[in-house]
Design a protein around this ligand. Structure first.
Ligand SMILES: [Zn+2]
Length: 329
């Protein structure tokens, strides 16, 4: 390599490393700021911080995949519509006066004592949510009722309460780590089969990636999440669905069997063994061997209304690469 080229590439590497470090620092600062807000809401309302974290994370996920909602201005994802914030009969939907807002039954409050109740001010938003929940009660059962009245969708309430359990267990907001579904030391192969006309996944088009490996190779959870589904499906065979904190649903099909103590509702983490590779499916419970053994891996997203599939292949590649790099260190 020419000397100048080497110099340029060294400079580029330094620049990339510096950029990466500051991005990680920024992320760290953001997590800290969020936790500060949740803890503040907890101190005032006596509702545990992880409920606020779960509501906030749910709404952040929804906002990321919806074009009809504005992007967050601060570190919180919670969005209250103007008519909810200011009150349904308030002629000024962008009212910031805490007194008139409360007169009109709006949820908006002044959380930081600056005299204004602003729907884009994190302190005001988290306190508005805290006050709203508090009107129902501060125990799990009443929080659940409050959430149901607020979102009017059972699925949303389940998703939020699931996240709350995960945050409670790990006592941190940093739960984004992922691993490849099979141990990297195992013999396996896969390619991008997204949208293929044929596939052993049970859909019209192939919604997932098939990872071919021998019978009995362990299958691991790829994320922090909750086992939402475990059982038999005509096409998927023995299959497992895991919901992570980003509302992503990870689907593992054609398993040979399940890990011994695995149950629905269980919290898992990246690397938790959930079952093993098989060829189950395409018939009544127990049917196997109609195709070569492989793991069908699918990913689905939720936007507050519906679920849809997206291509897991780039994610699998990224997790595999990251895990290999981590091992080398
Ligand atoms: Zn498949």
């Amino acid at each position: 390599m020419h000397r100048w080229l080497a110099a340029i590439s060294a400079a580029a590497m330094l620049w990339i490393a510096a950029g990466a470090a500051s991005a990680a620092e920024q992320e760290e600062a953001m997590y800290e700021k969020r936790m500060e807000l949740y803890k503040k809401a907890e101190a005032v309302s006596l509702i545990p911080w992880y409920y606020f974290a779960a509501i906030d994370q749910y709404e952040r996920n929804v906002r990321q995949v919806r074009r009809d909602l504005p992007k967050p201005a601060g570190v919180l994802g919670i969005y209250m519509k103007p008519e909810i914030w200011a009150g349904p009969l308030n002629k000024n939907p962008h009212d910031t006066d805490p007194f008139t807002i409360s007169q009109f039954g709006g949820l908006g409050v002044d959380g930081d004592g600056d005299g204004y109740a602003r729907a884009d001010d994190d302190d005001d938003v988290i306190m508005a949510m805290a006050r709203y929940l508090q009107t129902y009660g501060i125990d799990h059962r009443h929080i659940k009722i409050a959430l149901w009245n607020y979102y009017q969708r059972a699925k949303t309430v389940d998703l939020i309460l699931g996240k709350a359990r995960i945050y409670k267990k790990y006592q941190t907001l940093k739960l984004d780590n992922h691993v490849f579904p099979l141990p990297l030391g195992a013999n396996y192969s896969y390619r991008d089969t997204w949208g293929d006309a044929r596939g052993w996944g049970g859909r019209r088009i192939h919604e997932g990636t098939d990872i071919f490996a021998g019978y009995g190779v362990p299958v691991r959870s790829t994320c922090y999440g909750i086992v939402e589904l475990k059982g038999w499906n005509k096409y998927g065979g023995w299959r497992i669905g895991i919901r992570d904190i980003n509302n992503t649903y990870h689907y593992f099909a054609h398993l040979n069997g399940f890990a011994a103590d695995l149950r629905e509702g269980q919290i898992v983490e990246p690397g938790t063994i959930i079952g093993s590779v098989g060829s189950s499916g395409y018939g009544p419970p127990g049917t196997a061997g109609k195709f070569p053994p492989h793991l069908h891996y699918g990913m689905y997203k939720d936007n507050g209304y519906t679920e849809w599939a997206f291509d897991p292949y780039p994610h699998l590649k990224a997790w595999e690469r990251a895990e290999r790099q981590q091992r080398r260190r």
